[in-house]
Design a protein. Structure first.
Length: 215
């Protein structure tokens, strides 16, 4: 194998979380009298963490006097409902089985709330992933390299032996900032043409193709 470890993004890469995110955003918005957002809008808003998601979804964003109230409502609702409609993309579990059989270590780094990242990892990937890191105090969100560097420490792997896999411009920037090779996936929240415009050098259309690229 070309690598000893794989670091995955979560939303749009391993799991389709979009509908649960939309439901949590719209619960907070409609509870306080704001118009709901569409799935396509939510797709465009995600990638930089929940605070930025709510800034983009709420009229006037962080300048809205009710912003913190809605953000708190979103967090509470999403924590309770983050698995209602979420599911692993087809072929993802098979990919992890193959990587585990090949002896690779695996980690997840995500701008999602750390508690939700750990809960989802426990539900879907506990047999494969050694560490799952989300948004928490003291660690800068992606595209800063902090989460990747923490994951490397916990995996006890070097950058040259590790590949980063994600589905967005944020992931491309994260891999670059961390000094890791990057494989982008086209089945997530951003399509291949957008990824190419953002500088993606390697794009996989299926999880099986990811395995071939890593071999």
């Amino acid at each position: 194998m070309k690598y000893k470890a794989v670091i995955f993004d979560l939303d749009g890469t391993l799991l389709n979380t979009l509908e649960d995110l939309m439901d949590a955003v719209n619960y907070a918005l409609t509870k306080y009298g704001y118009p709901a957002r569409t799935l396509s809008e939510i797709r465009a808003f995600v990638g930089n963490g929940v605070r930025k998601l709510m800034e983009r979804a709420l009229p006037d964003g962080a300048d809205n006097p009710q912003f913190e109230l809605l953000l708190g409502t979103f967090r509470t609702y999403y924590t309770a409902h983050c698995e209602d409609k979420t599911h692993a993309y087809d072929g993802v579990i098979d990919l992890m089985e193959q990587l585990k059989a090949a002896g690779l270590k695996m980690a997840i780094v995500s701008n999602k709330l750390d508690s939700a990242v750990k809960d989802l990892n426990q539900s879907y990937f506990k047999d494969y992933v050694q560490t799952a890191i989300g948004d928490k105090e003291g660690v800068r969100k992606k595209p800063a390299p902090d989460m990747v560097e923490q994951a490397l420490l916990e995996l006890q792997c070097e950058k040259k032996d590790t590949v980063y896999i994600g589905d967005s411009d944020v992931d491309i920037q994260t891999a670059a900032n961390a000094g890791l090779a990057c494989i982008c996936v086209s089945w997530g929240f951003r399509d291949a043409s957008f990824l190419r415009e953002c500088g993606a050098a390697v794009i996989a259309d299926t999880p099986q193709e990811v395995f071939y690229l890593i071999r």
